[in-house]
Ligand binder design. Sequence first.
Ligand SMILES: [Fe+2]
Length: 342
Amino acid sequence: MRYLPLEEIEEGMILARSVFAEDGRTLLARGVKLTKNYLEELKALHFTHLFVGEGPEDFEVNGISEQTYSQALRSVREVFLNAAKKQNLDYKEVLDVVDFMVDEVLNEDVLFNIFEMRSHDNYTYLHSVKVGIIASIMGKNLGLARKQIKELAVGALLHDIGKMCIENSILEKSGHLTYQEYEKMRLHPKYGFEILRGAPGLSLLSAHVAYQHHEREDGSGYPRGLNSEQIHLYAKIVMTADSYDAMTSGRSYRRTLWSHEALAQLAAEAPEKYDPKMIKLLAQSVALYPVGSVVLLNNLEVGLVTDVTRESVKVEFLTGTDKGKKIALKANDLLKIERRLS
Ligand SMILES: [Fe+2]
């Protein structure tokens, strides 16, 4: 399975991961043979990358199932859109999907590994779902109980719901915000807290995740300028996951960072902005070389990452006498990944 820019994808290649619309519907299911029409339509919808593969073994996904992923996308979108319309919010679907998500995270050796096929119109929902998944994995690796991981995951999925109270002209502005616009934007955590507090079925702690996700360890965050001791553990997890995902999913105004670059950047901002323990936890929870990346090995051969677990990275040789052979690299092996090529 490879993760390729649309321009490099040819007709006849097989889609290895489904493509979802912003409402969570499946636009193209994995396993489908890509035609010229499909590719043109995806381009028109602003998709930039796809996972493509060759055989059935290419379609195994380590991590959250596509069904849970698309259901999460759908339920988050619905709650957000209702919040924008100031309608009564029903969190049942979100709570249901968090049940599935946490089950999957707890039952499997999951690393966050998703490079989903993003189009520019669905950033907010995808971002929310990814932060939900990363935070759940971090909660598991921290040894939290199931109930706690659920509270954390709900807060993570809904952390930006307060943005629905901010005018679209500010949310969608491509250039820099004016001071006044920025001040308005900085209120979204507070709005989020007001929406979520007291909602039936939700823990107050989930609401506090929304309230505190832009606070920083040294008190330089917003909206209240809380310091390290005042910030709840769940919010520390979510602020780290939030920043990591923003860095690795490339909003248009900056270059997309690779996983290891984002981790290094976050580490450089610790302990002032982020709790170093949370960065360590994040590093244990995300795949350094996600499935589909092409890497240079220290024997100077090039390989394709085909699977990642906490114990090993499976690499298929793309060059050399072992071309085509797959090998599982463990932390102490002599053969190592030198760096990521694409
Ligand atoms: Fe936010």
